[in-house]
Write a protein that binds this ligand. Sequence first.
Ligand code: TXA
Ligand code: MG
Length: 326
Amino acid sequence: MDQTGTDQPTATKLITSPKCAAQLLRAGKLVAFGTETVYGLGADATNARAVASIYQAKGRPSFNPLICHYASAQAAFEHVRANALAESLAAKFWPGPLTLVLPRRSDCPVSQLAGAGLPTLAVRVPAHPIAQKMLTLMGTPIAAPSANRSGRISPTRAAHVMAELQGRIAAVLESGACEVGLESTVLDLSSETPVLLRPGFITREILEFKIGQLNLAATPGTKPAAPGMLASHYAPSLPVRLNVAVPMLDEAYLAFGPAPPGALTFQLSETQNLTEAASNLFEGLHWLDEHAPRHGLAAIAVASVPEAGLGLAINDRLSRAAAPRG
Ligand code: TXA
Ligand code: MG
């Protein structure tokens, strides 16, 4: 494994067995699989390192929160807190192309990176029989964005995935052509009023036809007021200072490799491995934000991280965390 974190093998296999897919996923590998909407690029959602390699394979310049796929509503609701509306939507539309954003339970084992450090998690139960089989065999949720390179169109056939991600992931599970061909509808139920975050195959009209009128909030604008305030990302409450080799006396330290003795430190990666650093990033920010004040510290200083490979996404997140607060 090198510094840009090429954790994944170079020859991508086309496989047909959900069991083999589950085995690879359990071993921390990336496997693309078909759902009824589009092909997803899957990793074991509870394995932070595997989740970090999703961003690496997609070439994502930032850490968007990912959807976690479950075999059943019951399994999903063990990790997030469902309200009555979530339960009735799940009963009508799962398995199917609907994603619900709900508060994480405190014992939710999904990695912080999969949810971009947020207190909520997007969950969905796909209907595709092959995905269902694989999820049942896995027993843990599978985090999966669409299986395309960042900025490209979503794949609806195994061949599309191969063309995009050959050499970057372990395998593609042949699942045929996706029936829907459009991403799932994303509905945020984590606050009082539901918010339609992404229109999808299940329209507002279909939702309302099944469950009655939905009092949807206006979809929030995509342009945040200040980069540090980006609604869809966790922001630490303490001020953040970047590119620091030696923290000041009132600062806790987010280290990447060498760490000065004595400072309250969270280590992203002792060996300066970017995949490992990405997998620890949100854990580290949360941990320092919680522990620094207890030690009388007022800020978080962050080591510099190289602007290469996953370093781009890490630095994007860090610069948002350090941006002036609105
Ligand atoms: O159909 C689909 O949904 C496909 C298949 C593979 O399931 N997946 C997919 O994932 O389209 P992705 O990562 O491309 O889109 C996830 C969407 C993004 O718009 C993201 O911002 C939103 O879900 N999302 C995920 N977690 C969220 C959260 N905690 N809060 C708000 N939005 C969230
Ligand atoms: Mg996508």
